[in-house]
Design a protein around this ligand. Structure first.
Ligand SMILES: Nc1ncnc2c1ncn2[C@@H]1O[C@H](COP(=O)(O)OP(=O)(O)OP(=O)(O)O)[C@@H](O)[C@H]1O
Length: 380
């Protein structure tokens, strides 16, 4: 028999007046898994956590923890620990006291020395070990946020529900904390549902990631699945900076992709219906720079470089991104963004022709976007 999911949401609906927060949300988080819920503002992420914690009742659908329906079960009895973005701490008490208070409740009471050890370990990993004697009111926002996170992680729970717990930290600390967070013993042992709108964070942390939009789960999967086999253009756009290039065009009778002005055609590896309006997806880091071009327009598939496809365009702009350069190239009426090592881009000049290589296996094909629905990926 398979174990029931640690957290299961079955077609959960939740409205606030006229606005729909959850629109039939399904979610399954396995025991011990670190699951990241990624979505833009207003997608329903916080509502999802509150519904699991029992702070909100679903209008319909079910929330299960360990296979048990939670309808009518009080938040306190659900055994989950939640950290809000707007954290509630006792400002006049020390950081230590704030961390210790969950361990004083009858349910989680620990012998004093064990509590001290646990608090010390977590404070150390969160980088607040030296601040334990300070009143929380005298800490920075970022320090306070770490105390709030520590307060959740310090007590045993069947699941941690974390809502943007690193949002108030500066970029450097945030990156360091990401690495630390998963190393914390209690996090390693405990099912964790982690909400973020930052795709880099989701990719770095999640065993699996769920992409949520308008109160529905668009896709769940590993980072590889979401990256290489995105369900639609919304998921494809959610990962990778600069964003994936999505080039509108049509499918020719021969099954090629054709740009709207006919400036170029590329052979496709997936069968698509001739005449269909599609979008070709290619990530900026998958495109190579072959060197200056001889003229503008199209060059057919190269034969000397294996199966790489070649395109010729003109340089529009280039922008430094640390050690790499983002180059925008115009091909007919379309623009394509690519990221190349800084040295490779050194000789590029605006309005000069360049030749690009595109590995055919990196191409993704999507239906055209419709106003209410991002185009779905077309696969074999
Ligand atoms: N208490 C409430 N009253 C009215 N509307 C609400 C309430 N809570 C949430 N909503 C609405 O429900 C939708 C989902 O909100 P939710 O806070 O779950 O989104 P989110 O993905 O967490 O967004 P953010 O990243 O901005 O926190 C939004 O349209 C929001 O305005």
């Amino acid at each position: 028999m398979t174990r029931p999911a640690a957290i299961g949401l079955r077609s959960v609906h939740k409205r606030y007046g006229k606005s729909t927060a959850l629109d039939g949300l399904d979610l399954e988080v396995a025991e011990g898994e670190f699951f990241c819920l990624l979505g833009p503002s207003g997608a329903g992420k916080t509502t999802t956590l509150k519904t699991i914690a029992g702070l909100e009742e679903p209008d319909s659908g079910a929330v299960e923890l360990g296979g048990v329906d939670m309808a009518g079960v009080e938040p306190y009895d659900r055994g989950v620990a939640m950290c809000f973005e707007s954290y509630a701490l006792y400002p006049h008490r020390t950081a230590y006291d704030n961390l210790a208070s969950p361990l004083r409740s009858p349910r989680h009471r620990l012998p004093a020395h064990e509590a001290r050890e646990r608090i010390g370990d977590i404070a150390e990993l969160l980088g607040i070990g030296a601040l334990l004697d300070r009143p929380v009111g005298r800490l920075s926002n970022g320090q306070r946020q770490r105390v709030a996170l520590g307060r959740v992680l310090v007590r045993p729970a069947r699941a941690f529900l974390l809502d943007e717990p690193l949002s108030h930290l500066d970029a450097k600390l945030r990156q360091a904390m990401r690495a630390e967070l998963r190393a914390i013993g209690s996090v390693r042992r405990t099912t964790t549902l982690y909400v973020t709108h930052d795709s880099v964070e989701a990719l770095a942390l999640g065993d699996r990631i769920g992409v949520i939009r308008d109160g529905r789960m668009v896709q769940t999967g590993t980072r590889e699945e979401l990256w290489h086999r995105p369900y639609d253009t919304f998921v494809a756009r959610s990962f990778g900076r600069p964003r994936i290039n999505l080039l509108p065009g049509t499918v020719t009778a021969e099954g090629h992709f054709r740009s709207p002005d006919g400036a170029y055609e590329l052979p496709l590896t997936v069968p698509a219906p001739p005449g269909a309006a599609v979008q070709l997806g290619v990530r900026p880091r998958d495109i190579g720079l072959l060197g200056p071009g001889k003229g503008s327009g199209v060059e057919p598939a190269g034969t000397d470089r294996g199966t790489a496809l070649e395109l010729t365009g003109t340089v529009h702009v280039s922008e430094l991104l640390g050690r790499a350069t983002e180059v925008t190239v115009r091909i007919g009426g379309q623009q394509l963004s690519l990221v190349v090592p800084r040295a490779d881009a050194a000789g590029l000049r605006p309005d000069r022709p360049v030749r690009l290589s595109v590995p055919p296996e990196s191409l993704l094909l999507f239906e055209a976007d419709r106003p209410a629905r991002p185009g779905r990926r077309i696969s074999t």
